[in-house]
Design a protein around this ligand. Structure first.
Ligand code: 5RP
Length: 225
C-alpha cells in the first residue's frame, strides 16, 4: 500500500512535464498505470494530448479513459514519455521489462525527447542486477540465446504464465528472465546482448532516461542525467 502511494505520487509529479498539444508515450506497469489514470483526468479537464501506448494493456486503459491515441505510423516524434522501471542506478541506467513490455517501451523511449521514469523508492539501487534482466527472444532462437546468456554467467528462466504456458509478448515473442546478480559492466552486457542473434531486445535502458522521479514517503526526489 505504501508502495502504491509512492507510485501514485511519482506519477503525479511527472504531470508537470506534459504540455498542451504534445504527443505523450504511455508506459506500462502499475506505476505507469497511475500516470495514465492521472493523465485521463487532465484530458477530461480539457488537456489536449495524444498518447502512444507501449503495450496492449496501456492502450486499453488509455482508451477506457478517453485519452486520444495515435501510433508510430502517424507520428515518429514523441515529446515526452512517462514509464516505470524495475531498477534505476545512479547513472540513471534502468532495468525494465518486469511487465513484459520492454520491446515497445524501448522503441517508444528511443523516439522520445524527454523520457521520464517514475518509481517508488524500492527501485533505486547502487548496482543493477538484483532484478532478473528480461530478454525478449524470438521462439526459434530461444534455446540458443538461453545457452549463450548462461555462458555470460546468468541463471536463465523462460517466463511462464500461471497456467505454465510461456508468456507471450505483444509482439508474440518469449521472455528469458536472466539472473546475473550484480551486473559489473551494464554497458558491456548491453552491447553483448545487442549483438546476439535471436535476441529481439533486452531490458537494459542505457542513456535513455532524462529524468527519474522517485517517491520516498511524501518526498519526491528528482534526478536528471
Ligand atoms: C514493464 C515495465 C515496468 O515499467 C516495470 O516492470 C515497473 O513496473 P511497476 O511500475 O509495476 O513496478 O518495464 O515492461
Amino acid at each position: 500500500m505504501a508502495n502504491d502511494q509512492e507510485k501514485e505520487a511519482a506519477a503525479r509529479a511527472s504531470l508537470k512535464f506534459v504540455q498542451e498539444g504534445q504527443v505523450v508515450g504511455l508506459g506500462t506497469g502499475s506505476t505507469a498505470a497511475f500516470f495514465i489514470k492521472l493523465l485521463g483526468e487532465q484530458v477530461k479537464n480539457g488537456l489536449n494530448v495524444r498518447g502512444i501506448p507501449t503495450s496492449v494493456r496501456s492502450l486499453e486503459l488509455a482508451r477506457s479513459l478517453g485519452i486520444p491515441l495515435t501510433t508510430l505510423d502517424e507520428c515518429q516524434e514523441i515529446a515526452v514519455t512517462v514509464d516505470g522501471a524495475d531498477e534505476v542506478d545512479p547513472q540513471l541506467r534502468l532495468i525494465k521489462g518486469g511487465g513484459g513490455a520492454l520491446l515497445r517501451e524501448k522503441i517508444v523511449a528511443s523516439a522520445t525527447r524527454q523520457f521520464i521514469v517514475v518509481a517508488d523508492a524500492s527501485k533505486q539501487v547502487k548496482k543493477l542486477g538484483k532484478f532478473p534482466l528480461p530478454v525478449e527472444v524470438i521462439k526459434f532462437a530461444e534455446a540458443l540465446a538461453a545457452k549463450r546468456i548462461r555462458a555470460l554467467g546468468a541463471e536463465v528462466q523462460l517466463r511462464l504464465e500461471a497456467d505454465g504456458k510461456p508468456y507471450l509478448t505483444d509482439e508474440n515473442n518469449h521472455i528469458l528472465d536472466c539472473r546475473f546478480g550484480e551486473i559489473g559492466d551494464a554497458d558491456a552486457l548491453a552491447r553483448e546482448l545487442n549483438g546476439m542473434p535471436g535476441v529481439v531486445e533486452h531490458g537494459l535502458f542505457i542513456g535513455m532516461a532524462s529524468v527519474v522521479l522517485f517517491a520516498r514517503g511524501n518526498e519526491i526526489v528528482e534526478l536528471r542525467r
